[in-house]
Design a protein around this ligand. Structure first.
Ligand SMILES: C[S@@+](CC[C@H](N)C(=O)[O-])C[C@H]1O[C@@H](n2cnc3c(N)ncnc32)[C@H](O)[C@@H]1O
Length: 209
């Protein structure tokens, strides 16, 4: 399938979901939201890539100085902006492959259930470009050991045309030697991977060094 048709299908899928995203099973359960936030608490500037309606972005904003949520879908960004008026939160409509953000700005990133839609190498290069040494990336992916996750991944692939199966090994390889894997945990249908960028001082956050 051509990239533009894939993009259109993905856009339709997430545009329809925008109104109900936070009540849908596609959003993370509360206990996993807490685990993600715990790994990034105390970071100064955090980026939420593929933020959807911004529920993780808003939660992170309670514990971090500045949080930026980006999503390629305009309806998701409109919904995100409508749901908060916090001064330390910004939402941008942007493609994760080409972030309109400065080099070395962030010391934390969350990529939750989004890498499946992206070119891993390009996305990892962008995340590396916009983060400083010592930054932490918290990544959530479907759990390959879960039948529900495998079925959901297939279904979303059928609907969007581009929801690829991404393993933690592929992610670690794409991020390369500038990042080390600090933690890996299974959480039901999902897995959480914590990567820390080598060099620089660790900044806030709990778990995984
Ligand atoms: C499954 S949702 C995950 C949302 C949220 N991070 C979560 O964990 O619930 C995937 C999101 O990634 C967004 N997305 C897909 N491709 C993208 C891209 N190239 N750049 C930025 N966002 C993208 C979609 O619009 C959608 O909101």
């Amino acid at each position: 399938m051509g990239r533009s048709r894939e993009r259109l299908r993905q856009k339709m899928f997430y545009s329809v979901l925008a109104a109900v995203y936070e009540a849908s099973p596609i959003s993370l359960p509360e206990r996993l939201v807490e685990e993600v936030v715990r790994r990034l608490r105390g970071r100064r500037r955090v980026l939420d890539v593929g933020c959807a309606t911004g529920y993780l972005t808003r939660r992170l904003a309670r514990h971090c100085s500045e949080v930026v949520g980006v999503d390629v879908n305009a309806r998701m960004i409109r919904a995100s902006r409508a749901r908060t008026s916090r001064e330390n939160v910004r939402f941008l409509r942007a493609d994760a492959h080409d972030l309109p953000l400065p080099d070395g700005y962030f010391d934390g990133v969350v990529l939750s259930e989004v890498l499946q839609h992206l070119n891993l190498r390009v996305a990892a290069r962008e995340v590396t470009r916009v983060t400083a040494r010592g930054a932490r990336a918290v990544i959530v992916l479907p759990n390959p050991a879960s039948r529900v996750a495998r079925a959901a991944t297939r279904l979303i692939h059928l609907l969007t045309g581009n929801n690829e199966w991404v393993s933690c090994e592929l992610v670690a390889a794409a991020f390369g030697r500038e990042w080390r894997v600090s933690e890996f945990e299974e959480h039901g249908d999902r897995v959480m991977l914590v990567l820390d960028r080598v060099g620089g001082e660790p900044v806030g956050g709990e778990g995984g060094g």
